[in-house]
Design a binder for this molecule. Sequence first.
Ligand code: NAG
Length: 234
Amino acid sequence: MSSIAIFTLFASMGTDAYSTADFLTPPDWFAHGLGNSGGVGKGGSIEPINVIISAQSQINPIKALTSFSSFTTCFDWISTLQANVNPGQTTRVNQSVGLRDGGCIQWALGGNHLRAWPQTLPDGNTAYFIAASTESPCISDGGNSAPPFVPNWHCIDADGFNEGRDQLTDDFTSVSLKYPFVLGIQKVQLYPSGVGTDAGKGSTIDHIPYDGKVNILTLTMSNCPQNLKRSGEC
Ligand SMILES: *[C@@H]1O[C@H](CO)[C@@H](O)[C@H](O)[C@H]1NC(C)=O
């Protein structure tokens, strides 16, 4: 999409609170299943991008989250999803970050989960596009049995996409009190509402609604000069 089209999109939202310095409109707002993994990563499944970390953020959001909350990595190569978030990009790529609230135990207990893809802006700053969801334990995920040594699967909650976005935003708010940084939050409708595609017959992850609203988060430091240090450099 051209920068003129992006500007028109922002203008049509009736806000100038964020700009092309925060992020550029991605070719696709959805992460897609690979077709070779179980659960939500199954072919045909999609998850909406519902949180964006602005490229004007001055600290690394992933580092802040893993340092000051219970989000940790756990087998990033299971249930991998792919997305293309960079303008002009035509090939989807694997998530570069996969975090589970509580780590691997989240598989059995449920909780919040996120996947992230970086977008590099022309000025070299990085925005992160995140698909967040809340999950609960479930026995069967569309007919897939749970992996060996795992008592049960985790399935996305009935309103797990919208909840995941709002919970992750709350988590960043908590982290901002400890790090500390200033958290800017804007909730903006960036694409139409809809439901996730089928991921398996009878699966609880079928038909999960998303409202199309994205929380744009900006993490700034009061002692970091604006327009000087960005992309986690502070
Ligand atoms: C993407 O993820 C899949 C599944 O985890 C893996 O098999 C594949 O090697 C990954 N691709 C790249 C380029 O890392």
